[in-house]
Every structure is written in C-alpha cells, then in structure tokens.
Unconditional design. Structure first.
Length: 418
C-alpha cells in the first residue's frame, strides 16, 4: 500500500458522515472553519442501521423542517401491545413525528454541510490517529508537542495523511477514533441492545399513522418488536433486545413475524442490523485534541433507543465548542471539558433520568404489562396520547389503577421522584 508524504492540514476533521458528524461540520463551516468530513462508506446514509423514526421535538431542537422528500410518513402516536395481545392506542390529531427515508435525509444534511463550506470525502477510513507529540517523541525523543493530530486514512489502497488541531469522532457505535486518541468509549454490555430489522413490503393490518410496539419476554427480552410504517404497505419491522441474550435478535424477530398475519407473507426488501448504546453514558467526552459525539459518545435515549435527533444535537454542540477552541487556539482536554459539562446540562442529565426509568421498566413482568393494558381505558390512552396530561396527572392515574399491585406503585413512585 502506498503512503502519501505530505499531509493535508485542516482546522477540524470530523470522522463519520452520519447525523452527528454532518451537523458538527455544518456548524463549523457556518462559523468559517476549514472542516473536513471523512467516512469509510461508499454512500451517505446507506446502509441504514435504523428504524428511521424521528419525533417533531427532535426536528425543532436541531433546527430542521420536515420535507416530504425524506420525511415520508406522518406519525400521530403509538400503539403498545402487551404480551397477551391486548393493546393501548394513543393517537393524536396532530402530527407528532415522521418516519424518514434516511438515505435521502442524510444526503440532504451532507448537501447543507457542503453548501456552508465543509468538504466531504467518502471511502476514506480512518485507520490510525496519533498526537504530534507522540510522533515527535518516537522520532526525536521530544516530550513537548504542538498539540496536532495526524490521521492515517485508507482510501483507494493508499494511506493518506491528514493533520488537524481537533478531531471530532462521530464514527458511530463501533467508534475506534476516540480509542486511538486514548479516550475510553468501551460499551457496557449490560447497557447495549442488539437491533435487527427488515424493511418489508406487501404487509398490512396496522394503522399507518402510528408506531407499533410489541412487548413481552417471549417476544423481545428487555426490549420490543416494532412496526414503523414508511409508505402504504411498507414498513421497518424490527426488534431491539439486550445484547447479552443467549438467542439472537434475528431469532426473536423471525419467530415473532411468523405469528403476525399481516406480516408473515410480506417481502423483505432490505436487512439491517446494528448495536444500540442504551446507557453507559461517558463521564468524559473529550481528550486533548478530541471531542466525541453521537453514538460514538453513547448519546442515545435509553428507553426507546432513538439516537438520530440526539446525535444531531451532540454534533451541533461539538461544532460550537470546536469554534470556541479555534478562537482561543486551545485544544487541551481542560479547555474542551466545557463540552461534557454543557452536554449534560443540555441532554445528558435528562438521559440519565430516562436510564433510571428504563431500569425500573425492566422490573415489569409479562403479567404486569398485561394488567396495565387491561386497566387503561381508550379515553385515558387518548388523553395521554394527545399530551393533555401532566406527569403528575399521569402518576395519579396510574396510582389509581395500580392500587392492587404494590410492586407497580413502588416502581411508579421511583419514576415520579426523578
Ligand atoms: C436497528 C436500529 C434501529 C434504530 N432505530 C432508530 C429510530 O427509529 N430512530 C432513531 O432516532 N434512532 C434509531 N436508531 C439509532 C440511530 O440509528 C443512531 O443513534 C444514529 O444513527 C447515530 O448517528 P451517528 O451520526 O452518531 O452515527 P452513525 O449514523 O452510525 O454514523 C457513523 C458514521 O461513521 C462512519 N465511520 C465509522 N468508522 C469510521 C472510520 N474509522 N473512518 C471513517 N468513517 C467511519 C460510518 O461509516 C458512519 O457513516 C436505531 C439503531 C438501530 C441499530
């Protein structure tokens, strides 16, 4: 393999052209930084590892407006199915979110980043990263570094070199870039889910304006199966389960699909698999010359596993802090620490509370789920779905329902305390 001699120099290099990386790059380019995005894939947004659901609030937080080209299905609520097949339907009159066509959505983010002045290189895989002080130390025994990073990037059977003062690692759940720069982003298996999904067509039997979630230890241990409708008769049909389960996510998904009359004769037009970091938040999301955002920084909602919106928010914040670092010409871990602090204020603390909520939900048995589904009336479900109940009102409602189940009351109390 050839090795290029003269490295290209950039203000900031973003590794990964997913939602986190593209938003970070847009923020930086908007602030007039010279920013390069590298991605190992041959096409942005493809293959997707995602059910493509995005709530309306997430659009607002990331300054995005839904566009019919990629926000392909309006979603007005959810239908939750208990293990015995009983369901609670929570449908709003208003649109609460969308199912996206991520391939088009992410290309749109990429076009915007480039329009702002960023440069993107596809089929460029980061295979090595070293701080210049390490390089100098190796060649000259010099302990004093200038704080630059050199990235080794494999592209078209060549190793190219790129230099920068700051790397933003947005390289997803299997991120190696942060580890190469000595930030430990190892996943905790107990806080990791395995996801498996088919995009299916020729299917029926579900309301196409709702997300459908199916619970039960036999259906999806520590998780759920889903139908996220995309267009008429087409949907993402998937599963997320604890990564430590003995049987695979595919095993549970195939088994469940066979039990669903509207799905079992459908055709699979795409297969997706991926790992979801649903907890195990990082206490430090920076090191010298490094910030980490999106899945690479475990920025995912621990209850439902959604990460597109949170990744974009993380990317935007990383871009803002990077601009401050450029202005101050300071890329030290100490200076960049404000990123972790601001992240926890912005979203991280909320996600930590959601993680506690998930740990409480994990204590529910199939019988508890069945009981809840039986006790909530259609009117109450609509009230919750329409957002007409505060958290305290919801607590009172559940307490009333659960008075015969002391264990559930304890769980609810703990949830409300946070
Ligand atoms: C089955 C499944 C279903 C999901 N469903 C939803 C959902 O419905 N809604 C939702 O909000 N979230 C969902 N998620 C989570 C969501 O997909 C992620 O949280 C989101 O994609 C994170 O964005 P990101 O930019 O951090 O990382 P990614 O989108 O993973 O992007 C990382 C990029 O980095 C690149 N890369 C990696 N290593 C290197 C390297 N060494 N050099 C160069 N490039 C590299 C990759 O090619 C990739 O393009 C789901 C996840 C799974 C697995």
């Amino acid at each position: 393999m050839n090795e290029e001699a003269n490295p290209e120099v950039w203000d900031v290099i973003v590794v990964g052209a997913g939602p986190a990386g593209l938003k970070a790059a847009t923020e930086l380019a908007n602030g007039k930084a010279k920013v390069l995005v590298l991605d190992r894939k041959q096409e942005i947004g493809c293959p997707k590892r995602c059910a493509e659901g995005l709530g309306l609030k997430e659009f607002k937080r990331s300054n995005l407006k839904p566009n019919k080209e990629w926000a392909v299905q309006e979603i007005k609520g959810a239908q939750l199915y208990s293990p015995n097949g009983k369901s609670i339907k929570m449908k709003n009159k208003k649109v609460l979110g969308y199912v996206l066509e991520r391939k088009i959505f992410e290309k749109e983010l990429a076009i915007e980043a480039v329009r702002m002045g960023a440069k993107i290189l596809m089929k460029h895989q980061v295979v090595g990263a070293k701080r210049k002080e390490d390089l100098k130390r190796e060649s000259e025994g010099d302990e004093k570094g200038t704080g630059e990073v050199e990235l080794l990037v494999e592209a078209n059977d060549e190793i190219k070199k790129f230099r920068t003062k700051l790397v933003i690692a947005c390289d997803g759940v299997d991120s190696l870039t942060a580890k190469m720069l000595d930030l430990n982003t190892k996943l905790d298996l107990r806080e990791t889910d395995s996801g498996y999904q088919y995009e299916m067509t020729g299917i029926s039997g579900y309301d196409e304006n709702l997300l459908h979630l199916y619970f039960g230890t036999g259906v999806a241990p520590r998780g759920y199966c889903w139908i996220f409708p995309k267009r008429k008769g087409t949907a993402n049909v998937g599963i997320g389960i604890g990564a430590f389960e003995e049987k695979t996510a595919k095993y549970y998904l195939d088994k469940w699909i066979k039990t669903q009359s509207g799905l079992k004769d459908g055709s699979i037009i795409e297969v997706n698999a991926g790992v979801i970091p649903v907890g195990g938040f990082l206490e430090e999301m920076q090191a010298d010359n490094l910030l980490v955002a999106g899945d690479a920084g475990h920025m995912v909602d621990p209850v439902h596993g959604g990460g597109i919106g949170i990744a974009m928010e993380g990317g935007i914040l990383a871009g803002k802090i990077a601009l401050k670092a450029l202005k101050a010409n300071n890329f030290s871990k100490k200076f960049l620490k404000q990123y972790t602090k601001e992240w926890f204020e912005l979203r991280g603390n909320h996600l930590k509370r959601r993680l506690k909520g998930r740990h409480l939900l994990e204590k529910l048995t199939d019988d508890d789920f069945n009981y809840l589904a039986e006790s909530i009336t259609v009117e109450e479900a609509i009230m919750i779905g329409e957002g007409n109940m505060t958290k305290v009102e919801q607590g009172k409602l559940f307490a009333k329902k659960l008075f015969t189940r002391p264990k559930l009351i304890e769980i609810m109390k703990k949830y409300l305390k946070d």
